[in-house]
Design a protein around this ligand. Structure first.
Ligand code: FES
Length: 163
């Protein structure tokens, strides 16, 4: 796989900076994620090549810490709570409505990178279940019927911003 020059340069610098320090793998992964918004596979490959740490170990660390992401985020991020309280109040229907409307599945980012959709276990407002977070806004007592308009409003504001 061809590794883009700027990815290579960023990782070269990062590895040089952290190579003799303790906990360096995690710090390097943090920097990679800060640079790209996620940890691209090509970055992991290069990191393995430069440090001699096996890919399996790198992926073990990435998947252990939920902070790290393997897919790029969207400009707008939709997080549907699928914890017990929300699940019992219909989180599944919320998720499937978003999946249909955005044409992506749980954990995916749309091709234009406009939306990322994911589920989490409890966002700490079970009294408002079913709840979700769009960008930084928490929305409670959500019903599928509202989702169409929420997404359309975001798309409309994007178009306004473009004009
Ligand atoms: S289970 Fe959804 S907010 Fe707690």
């Amino acid at each position: 796989m061809e590794i883009e020059p700027e990815v290579r340069k960023g990782i070269d610098e990062c590895v040089d900076r952290w190579k003799d320090k303790e906990g360096n793998l995690i710090m390097i992964l943090h920097e990679i994620q800060n640079q790209h918004g996620y940890v691209p596979r090509e970055a992991s490959l290069l990191l393995a090549e430069k440090t001699g740490v096996p890919m399996a170990r790198i992926y073990e660390v990435i998947t252990f810490y939920h902070y790290f992401r393997l897919v790029p985020q969207g400009k707008h991020n939709v997080t549907v709570c699928n914890g017990t309280a929300c699940y019992l109040k219909g989180a599944g229907r919320l998720l499937s409505t978003f999946e249909q409307k955005l044409k992506i599945k749980d954990g995916e980012t749309s091709e234009d990178r406009m939306f990322h959709l994911e589920t989490v276990r409890c966002i700490g407002c079970c009294g408002m279940s079913p709840a979700l977070v769009i960008d930084k806004n928490t929305l409670g007592k959500m019903v599928p019927e509202k989702i169409e308009k929420i997404v359309d409003d975001i798309l409309a504001s994007e178009q306004t911003n473009e004009n």
